[in-house]
Ligand binder design. Structure first.
Ligand code: F6R
Length: 605
């Protein structure tokens, strides 16, 4: 989704902004722009639709800056045009603003305060910059007071704002509510960004900003006021990521790199969260809080929701607490009937998903405990939950989530084992998680090495397909949902993950000559039934593909997956599905890492 960068106090401003925007490309965007102000107080505004490469063509050596702001826009209000891209500016060209989020009452504000102003764009953002200008130029407020006044009118809107007053261009005005924003502290200059990845080449020291904060950032100082107008200091933290981890190196794209990294992510989780004897090392207070609860809720969206479904099986088998998995955007507004002692587990790669955050804000108001499992330290969901467990999978740049999904499941398994042994659960006691994660890593590697065969199947079955089905039962059904999401989002093949027994109750009507149907078969108890359901589709013309666990595989199975514990098979059965989606997208000449219409970090509801 939209990305923000800003800098003040260095003549390298243009390259810092452009590099920062390039690092944010993975979030998804459809236009980009920068405003820089050079040492002679000239403003240079450059905006363009499409890729950053389009923008770079317009940034010639006359575009110089000592401070500036930049933005990648993912259109919400108004189409993809240069006029609607950011920075937005006031009609007198004094104020420039970039914004992430949604201003809910922008139409009302326009009517009430700005009926005499000619607007150049359809954006909610332009309303705010025109409002600041009006409060300064017509009402005589200082820029600080005008900006604060504008913010006070925004109700419950979400925003990360970065404003520049070109009469004092070294001063950046910053405000945040429900949209991520960080300050990066550099030597003699400062930067602002919506994701630390954008500025890792400049600094590793970042300052958290809280909702409702207002900041004034200068080259050598950062002033912060909290939502009550009180001056405060905010903690800084170090981001322990080597900038090269966020590069794709020799890979043709990030998704392939991230798929390949999964065996190592498994090994790393085992070494981080298990001791030498393979026993989980997890905060005892967290385990006690989970044990005290009478129902677990796993909250997530998209792929994280799918990882939560596997988590339900893990927790119910090893912890014996009823577990519900909920889609965050639905649960936030469902007014659910909660038991006496619920415990909430948030799954989120980015830690910034607005839908999930809405649920967390609601449950925090009610005083319930929660855990966030995320890949991003200091992310909003991590800061606002009672506990955090980090995936430490390394930056996931490709929009399609792969290693975060498998890391979430592996960490859920470690947690379920930890809680399970604390209550002496037999399955948990016997579950050798260390050995299993080792088997999983080797099993993943074996599948990854079959890339060529997977690419051939993708070409034969999917590249020309309009529609496909993944089917399975139980845990295999959960993986089917994730597998079909991967195929849909990057290869644009309409795909559905289906409970295999449910097909004959209606959906089988969609099977026609040549429809690919992929059966996931990893559970002894249901393997025969899923095979029968596959036969039913074959009888109606479907082309059958199977992903089967070795010990129950049959002659003619397409992909045979090494055996791992039945609860952990999703970690391996998902790999061919990720690669099938990957090769389908690649061989359709689509943009694998940045599929159309999608954003990596979904910070609006
Ligand atoms: C799909 C995908 C999305 C995300 C979803 C939640 O590949 O990545 O479905 O899983 O937008 O994002 P996070 O996990 O960041 O909360």
């Amino acid at each position: 989704m939209c990305g923000i960068v800003g800098v003040t106090g260095t003549d390298n401003s243009v390259s810092i902004l452009i590099n920062g925007l390039e690092k944010l490309e993975y979030r998804g965007y459809d236009s980009a722009g920068i405003l820089v102000n050079d040492s002679e107080s000239n403003n240079h505004l450059v905006k363009q639709t499409g890729d950053i490469s389009n923008l770079k063509k317009l940034v010639d050596n006359k575009v110089k800056g000592h401070s500036g702001i930049g933005h990648t826009r993912w259109a919400t209000h108004g189409g993809v045009t240069v006029e609607n891209s950011h920075p937005q500016f006031s009609n007198d060209e004094r104020f420039y603003l970039v914004h992430n989020g949604v201003i809910e009452n922008y139409k009302e504000l326009k009517q009430e305060y700005l009926s005499d102003v000619n607007f150049k764009s359809q954006t909610d953002t332009e309303v705010i910059v025109q409002l600041v200008d009006k409060f300064v130029v017509k009402d005589g407020l200082s820029t600080k007071d005008a900006f604060k006044k504008a913010i006070s009118l925004l109700g419950n809107s979400s925003y990360g704002f970065l404003l520049i007053d070109t009469e004092d261009p070294e001063t950046l005005y910053v405000a945040k509510n429900k949209s991520p924003l960080l300050i990066g502290k550099c030597d003699g200059y400062n930067v602002v960004c919506s994701d630390s990845v954008a500025m890792l080449n400049e600094t590793k020291t970042f300052m958290e900003i809280e909702d409702g904060d207002f900041l004034i950032v200068k080259p050598n100082s950062v002033f912060v006021e909290d939502k009550n107008g009180k001056e405060v200091t905010r903690d800084t933290f170090e981001v322990d990521i080597d900038p090269s981890e966020a590069d794709k190196g020799t890979y043709p794209n990030y998704m392939l790199k991230e798929v390949d990294e999964q065996p190592n992510v498994m090994r790393h989780l085992a070494s981080k969260y298990l001791d030498q004897d393979g026993m989980p090392v997890i905060d005892k207070k967290l385990l006690d809080d989970i044990n005290k609860s009478d129902r677990l809720y796993i909250v997530g969206a998209g792929t994280s929701y799918h990882a939560g479904l596997v988590g339900k099986a893990l927790f119910e088998k090893m912890v014996k607490i009823p577990t519900e998995v909920v889609v965050s955007s639905e649960f936030a507004y469902a007014d659910p009937l909660l038991p006496n002692k619920p415990f909430f587990i948030f799954l989120s790669q980015s830690g910034e998903t607005a839908d999930s955050r809405e649920v967390l804000s609601n449950i925090n108001k009610k005083g319930y405990s929660s855990l966030t499992i995320t890949n991003v330290a200091n992310s909003t969901l991590s800061r606002e939950a009672t506990y955090t467990l980090l995936l430490e999978a390394g930056p996931e740049i490709s929009v399609a989530s792969t290693k975060a999904y498998t890391a979430q499941i592996a960490l859920e398994a470690i947690l379920a084992k930890a809680v399970g042994i604390s209550i002496n659960n037999e399955k948990a006691n016997n579950f050798d998680i260390k050995q299993q994660l080792g088997l999983v890593a080797t099993g993943m590697q074996a599948v990854i090495e079959e890339k060529q065969q997977i690419e051939e199947i993708a070409n034969e079955y999917f590249v020309k397909a309009n529609r496909a089905f993944y089917i399975g039962r139980g845990i295999d059904y959960y993986v089917s949902m994730e597998a079909s999401l991967k195929l849909k989002e990057i290869s644009y093949v309409q795909a559905e993950g289906f409970a295999s027994g449910e097909l004959k109750h209606g959906t089988i009507a969609l099977i026609e000559e040549g429809t690919p149907v992929i059966g996931i078969i990893s559970q002894d108890k249901t393997a025969g039934l899923t095979r029968s359901n596959l036969e039913e589709t074959a009888a109606r013309g479907a082309k059958i593909i199977t992903i089967a666990k070795q010990s129950i595989a049959k002659d003619g199975d397409t992909f045979i997956i090494p055996d791992v514990d039945e609860l952990l098979t999703p970690l391996v059965t998902v790999i061919p599905a990720q690669l099938l989606a990957y090769y389908t997208s690649l061989n359709k000449n689509l943009n694998v890492d940045r599929p159309r219409n999608l954003a990596k970090s979904v910070t609006v509801q």
